[in-house]
Design a protein around this ligand. Structure first.
Ligand SMILES: *Cc1c(COP(=O)(O)O)cnc(C)c1O
Length: 389
């Protein structure tokens, strides 16, 4: 087509670099066993860490809410899309996180764009871990603030950059649990340094909520961090909560600032009220889910022990994100393919999602997996190892 020649060229290059991405069609609900493109697989790549996405409690709550509120929310929160269920969920999440207020966003990506850009602008500075999620990096870049990346989880590197900066507002931004590595940020130390230098801290705990802490309240509960230490706390609902959407928790002033100034909050349609209704049911399961978190820890231990016996290179992760480092993108793809031939579905993650030369199989575990299923994964990994030679 005229005018698109350049694009075809770019696509061809992507293909030559073996970085071309394809979508697979899922024909079943999320769960340990999934149907993809007509075949049954044992799945180890979902972020549904507690196995809640297809729980009856959530489906029932969703249907009840849809019967009362219909499907579409009809408008943005500031027009007339803010339903009683959205409101109730915000209040329940505020109580859950121990913060005065919570604001719902339609996606985590938008929550990050909205929060960062409501807080800082061109005159300010933003400090990001170099392995932060793409949405946090994009948020920082969009703000026009002086953009600085510090070494991964390196408190000295952050301190050094903060000390050499005198912008009026300084925002330190980090994943709580790193999405492609599974490790936990050293939040108490990061917060101490930020406080000493007068910087605000924002934590994106997309992968900590549900999995970490006594009641599943994530990194802030795991480390016992209060609002002084982490004034901007972000979580997503599409992972361990098993639904969709996201939220920011914090002070009255923070939330009012977001309502007035966060454009991805203001100019978008609210999530369906039924999703909020289902999330209320899911929040209850998360809070009472101590047994699910224990089960998850047992599976993590079983997987790590088995994978290490096979001589596979794991990362320093205590969470259900258990990547196997491969390095070469083609090898990671070949390994993923070999697993698939044995009926095991694990995604290969390649640059630019991860740094060059660090392609990996991103294995994720769920409390819904059985120990037998983890053994099946380990057997399949054993049989696929030859592609690495
Ligand atoms: C998934 C994810 C997001 C984006 O959340 P969505 O609701 O999927 O848009 C943001 N941050 C991190 C760390 C994530 O893993």
């Amino acid at each position: 087509m005229a005018g698109f020649d350049g694009l075809a060229q770019t696509l061809a290059e992507r293909q030559q670099q073996h970085l071309y991405r394809h979508r697979r069609v899922l024909e079943s609900a999320q769960g340990p066993e999934v149907q993809v493109d007509g075949k049954r697989y044992l799945g180890f790549c979902s972020n549904d860490y507690l196995g809640l996405a297809n729980r009856k409690e959530l489906r029932d709550a969703f249907k009840r809410a849809a019967d009362r509120f219909g499907v579409g929310s009809g408008a943005s929160h500031l027009v007339n899309g803010h339903s009683a269920l959205h409101h109730e969920l915000e209040e329940a999440l505020a109580e859950f996180t121990g913060r005065p207020r919570v604001l719902l966003f339609s996606t985590g990506y938008m929550a990050n764009l909205g929060a960062v850009n409501a807080l800082i602008g061109k005159a300010d500075a933003v400090f990001e871990d170099r392995l932060n999620h793409a949405s946090l990096l994009d948020a920082g870049l969009l703000s026009g603030a002086r953009f600085q990346r510090y070494l991964h989880s390196d408190v000295d590197s952050l301190e050094n950059k903060l000390k050499h900066n005198d912008s009026p507002r300084q925002l330190v931004v980090t994943d709580g649990v790193f999405s492609m590595d599974g490790d936990i940020a050293p939040l108490p130390e990061l917060c101490r340094v930020a406080q000493q230098q007068g910087a605000w801290v924002m934590v994106d705990d997309a992968h900590g909520f549900g999995c970490l802490g006594e009641t599943g309240a994530g990194c802030i509960e795991h480390f016992q961090l209060d609002q002084q230490q982490v004034p901007v706390l972000m979580g997503t609902l599409g992972k361990a909560f098993g639904t969709s959407g996201a939220f920011v928790a914090g002070s009255e002033t923070l939330i009012e600032t977001l309502i007035q100034f966060a454009r991805p909050y203001i100019y978008t349609t609210a999530i369906p009220p039924a999703v909020a209704g289902a999330t209320l049911a899911s929040l209850k399961l998360v809070r009472e889910g101590g047994h699910l978190r224990e089960k998850l820890q047992q599976l993590i231990k079983q997987f790590r022990t088995g994978a290490q016996q096979l001589g596979l290179e794991l990362m320093d992760s205590p969470t259900p994100i258990q990547p196997i480092l491969i390095g070469d993108s083609d090898k990671a793809m070949a390994m993923s393919q070999a697993l698939e031939e044995q009926g095991v579905f694990v995604g290969a993650i390649r640059p630019p999602t991860v740094p060059a030369g660090s392609a990996r199989l991103r294995v994720t575990l769920s409390a819904a997996h059985s120990t037998e299923q983890v053994d099946q994964l380990l057997d399949a990994l054993d049989n696929s190892r030859k592609v690495l030679a």
